[in-house]
Design a protein around this ligand. Structure first.
Ligand code: NAI
Ligand code: 15L
Length: 267
């Protein structure tokens, strides 16, 4: 198998549970980590329960690891204190430990909420300035900048995967644009891990959905081609042709409901 040991953080989460089995073919041992319960280790697995904010624990977590899929952390809007510990300190601890242990590559689960203040009428690419829509989004911008710094300073390569909405199927009209099927997610991770040179790359994680807001041409060297599309759910969210209400923040901005969540939101 290509890797001796592949680390997945966030293994107890929604995506972690899906990836746990799907990434097995890529490594002799998959090391699973989360602050939450991951159950028993199955064949070819190691389980390390720890808090990403615990620097000493994260240092040990990275020992003997070839590559990392960093999916752990707070995944929606929260207080600054919680985000600072899990996403800001946590991601720093992970990169510093990766550097000390000579890890070569990380895939960072970034988010569309790094750019959620663009409008749904905008078409952007990896060079468009970040416009986070929440403290959560700001923490993902931090992860993207931190990984850029570690690449320039130490040579660790990172693909920042700006995931849209990775769930079994779209559950609202916005997700007809942002949906990222599990199969396409796994294929994007395969491209991110096995393309020989990625440097520091930003890849938007979405299926081939009509009306996309995101241009992935700056990540073409990864060769990622989504196979799924939200069109097969079109009957659930028919386009009526009506314009959304002018004051409906959730339809005006790419970040949708995140613009109205969290400590800063006041109506
Ligand atoms: P999730 O919330 O289900 O999973 C995140 C996991 O991280 C949880 O199991 C949680 O226990 C763990 N975690 C939280 N704080 C931690 C800490 N301090 N130390 C160790 N572990 C900690 O989220 P989901 O949907 O599985 O997302 C995984 C990653 O992908 C997250 O980083 C999220 O921000 C990112 N993402 C997911 C999207 C999606 O559509 N599912 C969209 C964009 C980004
Ligand atoms: C995210 O970043 C979240 O982790 C996920 O739970 C979804 O809310 C997703 O974005 C989205 O924008 O749909």
């Amino acid at each position: 198998k290509p890797f001796k040991r592949l680390l997945l953080t966030g293994a107890a989460g929604g995506l972690g549970k899906i990836l746990r089995d799907r990434i097995k073919p890529w490594a002799d041992v998959v090391r699973l980590s989360d602050i939450g319960d991951m159950g028993e280790a199955r064949e070819g697995e190691e389980i390390v329960q720890c808090d990403l904010a615990d620097k000493a624990a994260v240092f040990k977590l990275l020992e003997g690891v070839d590559a990392v899929l960093h999916f752990g952390g707070i995944s929606t809007e929260n207080t600054f204190e919680n985000i600072m510990a899990a996403n800001i300190a946590g991601t720093y601890n992970l990169y510093e430990a990766a550097h000390k242990h000579g890890v070569k590559r990380v895939v960072f689960a970034s988010s569309n909420h790094t750019i959620g203040y663009y409008k749904t009428t905008d078409y952007i690419d990896a060079d468009s300035p970040m416009r986070p829509d929440s403290l959560y989004g700001v923490s993902k911008c931090f992860g993207e900048s931190l990984s850029r710094y570690y690449y320039d300073r130490t040579g660790i390569e990172t693909v920042c995967l700006r995931i849209g909405s990775s769930f079994p199927e779209p559950v609202n009209p916005r997700m007809m644009v942002t949906w990222f099927s599990y199969d396409d997610l796994v294929e994007s991770l395969r491209c991110a891990l096995f393309t020989p040179r990625v440097g520091h790359t930003i890849l938007f994680g979405a299926s081939a959905n009509p009306g996309s807001w995101w241009d992935n041409s700056k990540a073409s060297h990864l060769g990622f081609k989504p196979k799924d599309s939200s069109t097969r759910f079109a009957a659930s969210f028919p386009d009526t042709g009506a314009y959304p209400p002018k004051d409906d923040v959730a339809t005006i901005y790419q970040g949708g409901g995140f613009l109205m969540s969290g400590p800063q939101y006041k109506d």
